[in-house]
Ligand binder design. Structure first.
Ligand code: LIP
Length: 270
């Protein structure tokens, strides 16, 4: 895709995020229709409605592209470009009226047999904060260039952790939480992966660790983090189309990973 097209793609993704964000703020304190609920997750009718609105906006300008979204697929599977969409990241927060949720939209290009993220947008409509990035350019928050923190000492670091949706992730991550909370300044668990990643990109957090997370939760945040000088460390999860991830400022991963690995080993859970 030519650079000009990437700028057009960014503008289109920003427009789509703003439209979905407006639906979220309009419904922030409204009673929400729950479509399904499991022990650690909720699916809202608004998740689907927001994804449809985002799809309509993106495909109007890029009709030949495909959509890979948390609420389903759209467009030609063989397309050279696909949008990776989480219409409402932090759905459980949003369902309870907690204003910590966002829209996450990434554009990926097919490179050989794989896909590579080239445009990323994460929008928090409650704080009106719009994170954007185009591969090879600096990441921005509301237009201003952002950088990760310089912190190296864990005792000065805030590390965010997520427990995902299933008991397997809980089993894997509880020992990590237990060990980290004693070794870092603070541990935060905020419930929205994409926001945690752009908080690392902005220097608010120094690292974010989660196992059992999906591509739509992390694709846009991953590019924004890399364009802010951070490290988007991730690998396929042992079970299913998910990832293990340790987003960080590029200075603390080995320390955090060593603590996580030791905690899981000690708990005999790896
Ligand atoms: C959520 C992630 C969060 C994770 C939750 C869930 P959703 O995504 O943002 O980090 O802990 O289990 O996956 O479902 O709100 O888009």
């Amino acid at each position: 895709m030519k650079p000009a097209d990437r700028n057009k793609a960014l503008a289109c993704a920003v427009e789509a995020a703003r439209r979905a964000g407006a639906v979220m703020t309009r419904n922030q304190s409204a009673k929400k229709t729950i479509q399904s609920q499991t022990s650690h997750d909720i699916k809202l009718e608004l998740d689907v409605r927001c994804q449809k609105l985002i799809e309509k906006t993106l495909l109007a300008t890029f009709p030949a592209s495909a959509i890979l979204g948390e609420e389903g697929l759209a467009g030609p599977p063989a397309a050279d470009c696909r949008w990776v969409v989480d219409p409402i990241d932090g759905t459980v927060n949003f369902a309870h009226g907690i204003p910590h949720a966002c829209v996450s939209i990434a554009l990926q290009e097919r490179v050989g047999g794989a896909f590579r993220t080239v445009v990323g947008v994460v929008y928090d409509p409650f704080c009106d904060e719009m994170w954007t990035a185009i591969r090879g350019q600096p990441a921005r928050l509301n237009g201003k260039v952002i950088r990760v923190s310089q912190r190296r000492e864990l005792k000065q670091c805030i590390v965010s952790i997520g427990f995902a949706k299933d008991d397997d992730s809980l089993r894997l991550n509880l020992p990590v939480f237990n060990a980290l909370v004693r070794r870092v300044l603070k541990v935060r668990m905020m419930g929205a992966a994409a926001l945690a990643m752009v908080y690392v990109a902005t220097g608010r957090f120094d690292a974010y660790i989660e196992s059992g997370i999906y591509l739509w939760d992390i694709a846009a945040g991953g590019l924004i983090l890399e364009c802010a000088g951070g490290e988007f460390w991730h690998r396929p999860h042992p079970t299913g189309p998910k990832f293990e991830m340790l987003s960080n400022n590029g200075r603390v991963r080995r320390q955090v990973q060593a603590i996580a690995d030791a905690a899981r080993k000690e708990a005999g859970r790896r």
